[in-house]
Ligand binder design. Sequence first.
Ligand code: DAH
Length: 345
Amino acid sequence: MEKFKEILTELESKLNNVNSLNELVEIRNEYLSKKGIVSSLMSKMKELTVEEKKTYGKEVNELKTSVEKLISEKQIKVNEIEQEKRFKEEKIDISLPPISHHVGKENPFYKIIDEIEEIFIGMGYKVEKGPEVDKDHFVFELLNIPKDHPARDMQDTLYIDNETLLRSHTSAVQAHVMQKEGGKPIKIICPGKTYRRDDDDMTHSHQFAQVEGLVIDKNINLGNLKATLELFAKKMFSKDSKIRFRSSYFPFTEPSVEVDVSCFNCHGKGCNICKNSGWIEILGAGMVHPNVLKMNGYNPEVYSGFAFGIGIERVAMLRYGIDDIRRFYQNDIRFIDEFNKKVED
Ligand code: DAH
C-alpha cells in the first residue's frame, strides 16, 4: 500500500534527525503506542470485509514489523551516541600532580676516573681491575718490600689477618698483572680505592684512590715515561702543560721520580694553587726495579718497564677547584649538584 510506504519513508527521515533517547521515545509513542499511528491503522480492520482484512491485515502487520525494526535499529545507534556523550561529560582527571624525582648526578670522583681512563685508552692502554682486600705478598713482597723493610711504615693499613690487608696502594696490581701475563708485554692502567693510615684533613684521607700505570716491553726507557706523562698532563690540565721529574725513592722502581706539572692556573708565574712555586706535584713514577721484574717472571736483561701512580682525588681537586678531599665521600647532594652545574656551564 502506497500510504504505508509513505509512512515508512516519513519515519525514516524523522529518525535521521534523532540524536537522543527522549526524541526516540517521542517517535516510538507516535507510532507504536496504543493511540499511535500503527494502532490506529490496525483498528481500521474492524471496518473491513473478511477478504479485505486478509491483505490489509498482512500489510499492516508488515508495516508494524518494519516500524519496530527501524526504531530498534535507531535505538542501538542512539544508545551508542548517548554513551559516548556520557563518557565525554563524565570524564574525570584521576591523575595526581607528579612526584618529582631527584635525578642523580655523577660524583666528580667518577668523572675524573672516566677522563683519566679515556686519555690512557687513547694511548693504547687496557684498563685492569685488582682486589681491594689483598695479600701482603702482592702489596709488598712482590714489589721489593720485604717484611722488615722500613718503607712499610709509610703504608700502614688495616690487616684482616697477618697476610691479608686493605691494599695501601694500587701498585699491588702491577704484581697481579705481571703474574697473569706470564712474561708477555704489558700496557695497563688500573684505577681503584686504596687505604692507608693517615691524618684526615683537607688534603689527606685514610681512604683515597689511585690510578696505577704499568708498561713492560723491550727497550722501554725513562724518555717513554716522560713523554707519556706529559701527554697525560696536557690532556688533563692544559695544552701548554709541562712536567718535571724530581728524583725520589720507591722500593719497586729504579730510578724513582716525583712528577710535577706546571701550574695551569698561573702558567709558572706563581699563585696560591702552586704555593708560588709554579709547579704542582701530581704523582710518583719510575722504571720498574729489576728485582720486581725478576720476582714476577720477567727477565730484566730482556724486558724493561715504567710504572706510575696518580692520586685520583688530587687530580680531581686541581682540575675542578675542589677545596677539601672529604667532599668526595660525604654524599652531599648539594655539592654534587653544584659541581655538575659548574662543569655543564
Ligand atoms: N705506590 C706509590 C704510593 O702509593 C705510588 C707510586 C710510585 C706508584 C711510583 C708507582 C710508581 O707505580 O712507579 O705512594
